[in-house]
Design a protein around this ligand. Structure first.
Ligand code: NCD
Ligand code: ZN
Ligand code: ZN
Length: 338
């Protein structure tokens, strides 16, 4: 297949940041119709008012159709969440276990402390997105997602069976199996977890631009993710987790977690689907399953992908004095988007 026309995709997990960084990266998601925008700013987007104001800054920066989220804290007011959703300001609420990832310090230490918010969301039909990792220092970083499924997600699902859940950036075969075993739960899959495994990050030299959370796992998990993404199953859909950090924060003694993939994300997904001989299922993953999960219509317009010469990509984009380095999969990309 040399050319493919699909409904315009959406990005169901995107970090746009704020200020100069927001203005630099917002236009880079131009291939995407809508995007669920993550609330992990400093300070985080916690209230209805915060979300309204952040939405305006995003639109002014050049991304027209953001879908907003609120950052769940142990002080979150259930009524504020429900009214933000009823007013159409937010699409979902995001749960970060405190300390699990970038800017998660204000997150949740104990599910009991947010029980009233979860119950109100369940009753009002407000979806919950989760960063699915436990944070205990004794638990090996490669096991933190699998432990989250057993220790947190299974009991949460049992206590709130009607709460709409999206398990973000799944990275293990255990997570893929868990999602398959729980109908109605959605899962996003990133570019980097489909294109790479921990060898790409660690063997023959340490590559900081492959470092994100949850951390890249071994090859058999990458294979399980590729199978899930290309299966056509409605639970799995596109969420880049494009997470820009200044180059100096990535190329550092203590490297920040996150891969900046927005400008090449669709070309990367198409690359994976081509390798898996599944280009006919790219539209389900990229453009149909996500809207269906969130109860929204697919985009009315289309994009055309054409296979051609290797893309000529800038290694970095300028962010008004600083720079952000673009994720480099280590091989050429051939899918051009129109
Ligand atoms: C994200 C970020 O930088 O905000 N980083 C990451 O490694 N994925 C946070 C997140 O999605 O966990
Ligand atoms: Zn996360
Ligand atoms: Zn993220």
């Amino acid at each position: 297949m040399e050319s493919l026309t699909i409904r315009r995709p959406d990005d169901w997990h995107l970090h746009l940041r704020d200020g100069d960084m927001l203005r630099a990266v917002a236009p880079e998601s131009r291939d995407m119709g809508r995007a669920i925008v993550m609330p992990n700013l400093v300070p985080p987007v916690v209230t209805h008012d915060d979300a309204r104001a952040y939405r305006e800054r995003i639109v002014a920066a050049g991304f027209a159709r953001p879908l907003m989220t609120l950052y769940l804290t142990e002080g979150t007011n259930p009524d504020d969440v429900v009214s933000a959703h009823a007013a159409g300001t937010i699409t979902a609420v995001k749960l970060y276990p405190a300390g699990a990832t970038t800017n998660s310090a204000s997150g949740v230490r104990s599910i009991e402390a947010v029980r009233a918010v979860l119950a109100a969301m369940e009753a009002a039909g407000v979806p919950l997105c989760l960063h699915g990792e436990v944070t205990d220092r004794e638990i090996d970083i490669f096991d933190r997602e699998a432990r989250f499924l057993d220790d947190v997600l299974t009991p949460l699902r049992a206590a709130h069976p009607e709460l709409k859940l999206t398990l973000e950036h799944v990275t293990t075969s255990e997570a893929v199996d868990w999602v398959r075993a729980h109908p109605g739960v959605g899962a996003t899959i990133t570019v980097q977890h489909l294109l790479a495994n921990r060898n790409d990050m660690l063997a023959g030299g340490l590559r900081p631009h492959f470092y994100c959370l949850p951390i890249l796992k071994r090859g058999r998990h990458q294979e399980a993710l590729r199978a899930a993404a290309t299966s056509g199953e409605s639970a799995f859909f596109l969420g880049t987790d494009s997470a820009p950090h200044p180059t100096h924060a990535k190329e550092a003694t203590c490297c920040a977690a996150g891969c900046f993939t927005a400008p090449i994300a669709l070309a990367c997904y198409a690359h994976v689907f081509e390798e898996e001989d599944a280009l006919d299922r790219l539209e389900s993953f990229a453009s149909l399953n996500g809207p269906a999960h969130y109860g929204l219509p697919p985009n009315a317009d289309t994009v055309t992908l054409t296979r051609g010469a290797a893309l000529d990509l800038p290694p970095r984009i300028d962010t008004h004095g600083q720079s952000v380095t673009l994720f480099d999969p280590g091989h050429p990309l051939h899918w051009h988007i129109h």
